[in-house]
Structure formats: structure tokens, C-alpha cells
Design a protein around this ligand. Structure first.
Ligand SMILES: [Zn+2]
Length: 305
């Protein structure tokens, strides 16, 4: 099985051995995958690629019903059965693995996934194109996870901190859901956006996504009573700054994969257009550079074989 791994910021093709399937696992032939710069940073010795769309080509003993089904595969693969998972915290399950970080990811001909977390593209979801589907399982799922965890609704003031495709599509999502959206990539920008909008006294939803050191900015600029939800942000967070504020701070390492069918339905029904957040091209030696370039323009690289 052919796969791409990262060496000196360039992809090289290698021949990977196919692992045997556990009963509830399926082997998915990768059609389109999404590739963000953070996926490349986190891959280490693994094949990168955290989210994809593809078709099931082989099933474990307890998963035969999935044969030939076209599926979305999200980054997070937890056990789904431990106390932590059953309480809803699948992102911190002790046996959780992240595709492309802890196990080989989507820059390959095939990947192995647990049926519990894949979403079949059926029952109204058939119409999503491969390019859009890979984006749905990656940046859009993350964006929707942040939006939902903050309990965002129409009329809320939402400050989105981030510079990449998650931030871009999150702004779009919040706008179409009727929120008042402010976007910033730095503390200065956030302060002026809040002042411009005359929101200095209103509690807000501060959603922290794909950008450097945004947690500190979030705590520094959030108004009293705000809810800050952060996804794997970098940067040191001062505990004393947090204690002096009147904020609710929530960290979600990854969006819950159970949100994936709902996320896909928004795109399938035409409620949310995502094509403007995507650059699509064939997977190749230059894909890491293409991913960086796409990210710099607020877009995500969707690669295909
Ligand atoms: Zn678990």
C-alpha cells in the first residue's frame, strides 16, 4: 500500500504494510483528504492526514454491513466504551488515537478506521462532493464543535480568533446562524473589533481556533461573563489572568465525532457553502508547501490521489 511520509518538509512515497483489521474496523480506500499545516507538524514519524472521505474496501468480522459504503472519517478515534467516553469526553479517552498523529493517516491509498466513528454518506448525504466531504470531516467539524460547545445562538456576539480555514468557515457558520461576528488574528485587532462593534460591555462567545497564542488574547480581551472555547491552541495561559476574569473557559481538544452527520447535513442541504474555503489538488511531493500556502490564505488543502 502506497503512503506519503514527511521528510525535510517534503513528501516521499513509501510502501506501507497493511495491518490486519479488528472485528469492528474497516479499511477505507482514500478518495480525498484534508491537509492542514498543523497535521504536518503533528505527524512525527506517522503518515500525515487527519480527516478524509473514502470507500470501505475491506471489513472486520463484525463490520460486514459496511462493505462498499462511502464514508467520512474524522480525526478522533476513541474506544467509545470507557467511563470517560460514556460521559461524552471522547476527546480525552485514555485509549484515544488521532489519525495522522498517533497512527498513520490519510496521505495513503488506504487507512483503517473504527466503524463507531465513521459517517456513511447515505440518507441525504450522497450529494456531497469528495472535495467538500473531506473539508466537512476536517476543518468544518472542528468549527462546528467550537460553535456548538459555546452554545452559540442567533444574536450572540461571537469573536473568532484564528487565521486559518477553521476560523474562516467558523465566521461564515456563525453569520448564517444569526450571530454578530467579529474576527481577529491578534490582540490589537480583537480590541479594535470589539470597540468598533461597541461590544465592550456585552458578554460574548470567544472561539479560539487555528492561530498562534490565541488563548492569551482570548482571556485578555473577553468581556465579563463571556464563554471562551478553545481548540488545541498554542501559547501560555496565565492562571492569574483567568482567575481575575469572570469567564467560563472550555478546552476541547477535538470536536466530538458524533457531530459529523449534523455537520455534513448542513452542507448537503445547501445551508452552508464551503467551496470558497478550499484549494484542491493532486497529492504529491509539493503537498506540504501547498498546504502552507492554502492556510496562509485562510483556506484548506484538499488532496486527492
Ligand atoms: Zn474511551
Amino acid at each position: 500500500m502506497q503512503a506519503w511520509s514527511l521528510e525535510h518538509n517534503q513528501f516521499i512515497q513509501r510502501d506501507n504494510e497493511e495491518v490486519a483489521l479488528l472485528p469492528a474496523q474497516v479499511r477505507v480506500s482514500v478518495e480525498h483528504l484534508c491537509l492542514a499545516p498543523s497535521d504536518l507538524e503533528q505527524a512525527g514519524a506517522c503518515v500525515p492526514g487527519a480527516a478524509l472521505v473514502g470507500r470501505v474496501v475491506e471489513t472486520g468480522a463484525a463490520a460486514s454491513a459496511w462493505q462498499d459504503v462511502r464514508v467520512l472519517v474524522p480525526p478522533l478515534q476513541s474506544c467509545g466504551e470507557c467511563e470517560t467516553c460514556r460521559c461524552g469526553f471522547v476527546g480525552v479517552c485514555p485509549s484515544r488515537v488521532i489519525l495522522g498523529t498517533d497512527i498513520d493517516g490519510a496521505c495513503a491509498e488506504t487507512i483503517v478506521a473504527h466503524t463507531r466513528w465513521v459517517t456513511p454518506l447515505s440518507n441525504g448525504l450522497e450529494g456531497i462532493s469528495g472535495i467538500e466531504a473531506a473539508f466537512v470531516a476536517g476543518p468544518l467539524l472542528t468549527a462546528y464543535g467550537l460553535f456548538a460547545r459555546a452554545g452559540t445562538g442567533a444574536g450572540d456576539v461571537v469573536l473568532v480568533l484564528g487565521q486559518g480555514p477553521v476560523a474562516a468557515v467558523l465566521c461564515h457558520l456563525a453569520e448564517i446562524r444569526g450571530a454578530k461576528v467579529l474576527r481577529a488574528q491578534s490582540q490589537d485587532q480583537a480590541i479594535s473589533a470589539i470597540a468598533e462593534h461597541n461590544s465592550q460591555k456585552l458578554p460574548m462567545r470567544v472561539l479560539v481556533c487555528d492561530g498562534p497564542q490565541n488563548c492569551e488574547v482570548a482571556v485578555a480581551v473577553a468581556t465579563s461573563g463571556s464563554i471562551v472555547v478553545s481548540q488545541l491552541s498554542q501559547g501560555a495561559l496565565s492562571v492569574s489572568a483567568l482567575l481575575q476574569s469572570e469567564l467560563t473557559f472550555v478546552a476541547i481538544p477535538f470536536a466530538h465525532p458524533d457531530l459529523l452527520p449534523e455537520t455534513a447535513a448542513m452542507v448537503a442541504k445547501g445551508d452552508l457553502a464551503v467551496s470558497e474555503f478550499i484549494v484542491a489538488e493532486k497529492l504529491g511531493v509539493g503537498s506540504p508547501e501547498a498546504a502552507q500556502n492554502a492556510f496562509a490564505s485562510g483556506k484548506c488543502l484538499i488532496a486527492h490521489h
